[in-house]
Write a protein that binds this ligand. Structure first.
Ligand code: TXA
Ligand code: MG
Length: 340
């Protein structure tokens, strides 16, 4: 047994490599109303059968998520779309055809099988077909699954089975380990309702990709639509975090070191080769390309969060549109007053 396992006795207990046999067992558990965490291409999801009210309520309880914050229903294929949504407009069909399976969630008027417990009482339902082979095999075998990110409400999203185990291991019935998530940030959420297509959450599919397909700009969504991913504070590490321009990093580091604090820095630059104070700082160089940065973002935050620094400084990524989802997650992670 290696040192990390000894330090963290729960790790490895519930996680099972997502073999065909493990997927079959997970599907049987889900059909019995159990809660199973599973990999998607974006982040790990906390799965329950979307048609089992009791299991869905347990998902809210495990996450400590307010019950009026709706869940995404995960489907095995776009052919299930009309079972869950009604009056599907042509724009939604085009989006589904172009980006499913993949990291896009569509908010549409709901069919009756999307119960209040899933939609938070709203008359709409959020739907997505994940691209991860394990997720699709599981949904195919079990049926449509609700799956919020498998973290406590407001905390860092999991991109490894170990992240789920650390946060929720005591409460879930099984964790399917499908390795690291390849997209690394949650799906893009687009509502396609009477007020036209609108962006509710930036994510794995860029706004440019969606606008190019639709030939129109996305709106910003009605404030009446509840989307907790839009809370100012979300996706937060326990360590205090600040996002600041690259040219302000050195001054801020010096100020924090002056207060005797231990500092980690997530930067796009190389670690400086000189400077006495800077040698007492842990530098972590992030990828220079947006999709690659997104892929490792949460895993890096989990690592640095566990390392016991007093403060985490993050160099603000570029302003270009392809960085929207990364900037969104960083801003919310750095926002103070995170819900526990
Ligand atoms: O990539 C993802 O979407 C991941 C993986 C596991 O699929 N799931 C995920 O779920 O991020 P969750 O619960 O952490 O975020 C779901 C978001 C929330 O912001 C919620 O408000 C929004 O979807 N949502 C769900 N139903 C909605 C609805 N009817 N109207 C508006 N927003 C909705
Ligand atoms: Mg989430």
């Amino acid at each position: 047994m290696d040192a990390s396992v000894q330090e963290c006795p729960g790790v490895g207990r519930l996680s099972r490599t997502a073999s065909p046999a493990a997927i079959t067992e997970a599907a049987a558990r889900l059909r019995r109303g159990e809660v199973v965490a599973f990999p998607t291409e974006t982040v790990y999801g906390l799965g329950a059968l979307a048609t089992c009210g009791e299991a869905v309520r347990r998902v809210f309880a495990i996450k400590h998520r307010p019950v009026d914050h709706p869940l995404i229903v995960h489907l095995a294929s776009a052919q299930w779309l009309d079972d869950w949504a009604r009056d599907v407009p042509p724009a939604a069909r085009r989006l589904a055809q172009a980006f499913w399976p993949g990291p896009l969630t569509l908010v549409l008027p709901r069919q009756p099988c999307a119960a209040d417990v899933v939609t938070g009482g709203q008359d709409t339902v959020a739907l997505r077909v994940p691209a991860h082979a394990v997720a699709r095999a599981l949904i195919e075998a079990a049926g449509a699954l609700v799956a919020p990110s498998a973290n406590r409400f407001g905390r860092l999203s999991p991109t490894l089975a170990a992240h789920v185990e650390e946060q929720l291991g005591a409460e879930v019935d099984m964790i399917l380990d499908g390795g690291p998530c390849t997209v690394g940030v949650e799906s893009t959420i687009v509502s396609v309702l009477a007020d036209g297509p609108a962006l509710l959450r930036p994510g794995g599919i860029t706004v440019a990709q969606i606008e190019a397909l639709l030939g129109q700009q996305l709106g910003r969504g009605s404030p009446a639509v509840r989307t907790p991913g839009r809370l100012a504070s979300h996706y937060a590490p326990g360590t205090g975090m600040e996002v600041l321009p690259g040219d302000e990093l050195r001054q801020r580091i010096a100020a924090l070191l002056g207060q005797g604090l231990r500092v980690a820095v997530m930067t796009l630059q190389c670690a400086p080769s000189s400077g006495a104070a800077l040698e007492r700082v842990q530098w972590h160089q992030m990828p220079a390309e947006a999709a690659e940065y997104a892929r490792v973002l949460f895993a890096t935050l989990h690592e640095l969060d566990k390392a016991g620094f007093d403060r985490l400084l993050v160099e603000a990524p570029p302003e270009q549109p392809e960085w929207l989802a990364v900037r969104d997650r960083l801003a919310r992670a750095a926002s103070s007053g995170a819900p526990a």
